[in-house]
Design a protein around this ligand. Sequence first.
Ligand code: FAD
Length: 470
Amino acid sequence: MSHTIAPVLGEATIQELRESVRGDVVTPADDAYAEACRVWNGAHDSHSPALVVRCIGAADVISAVGFARSNGLTIAVRGGGHSVAGFSTVDDGIVIDLAPMRDVRVDPAARRATIGGGAVWADVDHETQAHGLATTGGLVSTTGVAGFTLGGGIGWTMRKFGLACDNLAAADVVTADGRLVHASDTENPELLWGLRGGGGNFGIVTQFEFDLHPLGPMVYAGPIFYPADAAHDLLQAFREWAGDAPDEITALVNLTTAPPLPVIPEEWHGKKVAALIAASTGPADKGDTLVRALRGVAQPIVDLLGPMPYHVIQTLIDPLWPKGIHAYYKATNLARLDDELIDRLCAIHLATPGPQCEIHIHQMGGAVARVADGATAFAERSMPFVLNAVTGWHDPHADTAHREWARTTIAAASDASTGCAYVNFLGDTDAARTAYGEETYARLVSLKDAYDPTNVFHLNHNIEPTAARS
Ligand SMILES: Cc1cc2nc3c(=O)[nH]c(=O)nc-3n(C[C@H](O)[C@H](O)[C@H](O)COP(=O)(O)OP(=O)(O)OC[C@H]3O[C@@H](n4cnc5c(N)ncnc54)[C@H](O)[C@@H]3O)c2cc1C
């Protein structure tokens, strides 16, 4: 890449920023620039920020926000860099990158973890599992705690421990006007409400406090792969089983293509399959009883559901989703999974433009649904399933076909949709109002008006402040 420093910023101005932060300030003139620009989603990797500031602490974040505002730079905030919609990079603006802030400290007695704003789930699992503790994290361990939690956080332990945002007890936040505020149940509680699902709209979280729960090291978890022609029966059985399943177990069905992994018989590599993937927070040796009703649905290709270390299920699919892959997701909350929808999903499954086109049907309920609708900004809680059309590809020319396939998948579910969606599963940038629903959106706008009335933090599923609309 050949770049020059954006014309608005002279070297002297950048030097001022360098002197006001402990972390690195990376400009197009630096060798480190190309790597500093990289985000996980290769479809959004061509952006050229004017600066990337790698923050080491809250003071750096405050300086970077002040610098951006003084110089009229658009701010992109980066935690783990996994934004599917590409929010954590920007052309000609400033990337406030919290990647150096990955410290995780566990208080085993209080069952609490303090977690830096740039940590990824691998960092958290590593520190918490040393004490036999865990909190709800992502299905891929390189995903950032920040974006994941601020959007909601769907993971393997959610039906027992709640979503990631339900375990968020407190946070330190740098606001648009450069203050560091604390949000908890007793201090700025409305801000905490908004951080539990409202995304990065209200400020930059420099530190999270999470509740932890006893778990592991062994859990009962893993996938069972069935031939695609069993998908219909599997989904019907999954639907019947899901409603009565105990909180210990969280499962999803993934209509996908068998990846070329050594654990899958070679003759199935590249063929359409239906996978049941589940994890239990209960005793590892009792897991079988929880899934017996599903196991017999068809002759599996391979059954890998059994006792395994928690850190293994947390990292199992990491190799399939490496940094640089192009990706697009589209999702909707499902009010029901009826036979007609199952028929449509099974047909769409067979007509994918590439091998990494996956239809995920997440089982919800349990602890997620016991939080009252509206009690957090992740407002809708009662849907039994979340449908996510997940696509990944490497050839840039395959972009349109993958996006269209994901959109077709979600459109096929429109009559079973609740109308709302989980923002972290949306690859489009403009979907916030419909995703949250009118009531929650209105409350989020009031919070945005209080904390960011001029929309300094707008590279996110944006809650537009009132002033920006008039
Ligand atoms: C491979 C992969 C697997 C995934 N698996 C799951 C899953 O199992 N469950 C699930 O629920 N979701 C999952 N997701 C979606 C994921 O939750 C979102 O992409 C999430 O936004 C990623 O967070 P991040 O910090 O890595 O992203 P980033 O790209 O760094 O940021 C995403 C958004 O959060 C904001 N943000 C980041 N850091 C901060 C901060 N410190 N303070 C304030 N705002 C901040 C950014 O401005 C941006 O708007 C997955 C995504 C990918 C790519």
